[in-house]
Design a protein around this ligand. Sequence first.
Ligand SMILES: C[S@@+](CC[C@H](N)C(=O)[O-])C[C@H]1O[C@@H](n2cnc3c(N)ncnc32)[C@H](O)[C@@H]1O
Length: 208
Amino acid sequence: MNASTGALLRRYYDLVAPEYDDWYLGRGRFGQRDAAAWDAELARLTATIAELPPLRTLDVACGTGYLTRHVPGDVVGLDASAAMLEVARRQAPRATYVQGDALALPFDDRSFGRVLSAHFYGHLDESERGSFVGEARRVAEELVIVDAAIRPNHAEEETQHRLLADGSSWPILKRYFTTERLVAELGAGEVLPSCVRGRGASTRRSST
Ligand SMILES: C[S@@+](CC[C@H](N)C(=O)[O-])C[C@H]1O[C@@H](n2cnc3c(N)ncnc32)[C@H](O)[C@@H]1O
């Protein structure tokens, strides 16, 4: 079974929240990777986000707010995990936060100019993707997706058994994208500069 949604996934993210930013910061079990390459890629991604035209933005599945800090303009962060939101409120206090479900957004139609969602779409199974994109299209005209690019040591879709510091192991659905595939799934779009080097797959798609 995958912990793709629901109570099991919420439990996983509640537990991972205190150590989630180790992934961004190269700490703990992420200490072995090529730090210079990672930092350069992350700098490109945060610059790409920071250079978006300022619009009222909903950051869906905002997690710890690590990227939310770089979103220009008025920002609301939404996440299902209370523990993630607790970190986000400390780390990215400029935004306001709402606990909620990305597949049933608690907002009126067109209440935002943009939905941004990072490292979330690739965890959704087939039945959830349509709900997520439909909800994003309903609340905002523009959708920006940041997700993982395909790489040699991973299948396009796999169940990863993620170990937490407490020794527990969690089955997590994870997909890796070519930019073409991500754009095709979203219907249409524009590829933003952080994927120029082919590592990050960031796509902006307007609803028109
Ligand atoms: C891999 S993290 C990404 C966090 C952040 N966007 C980032 O890029 O660092 C995925 C996030 O999705 C949240 N999440 C999972 N299912 C959700 C749902 N149905 N609605 C809202 N958030 C959800 C988790 O709590 C977690 O914070």
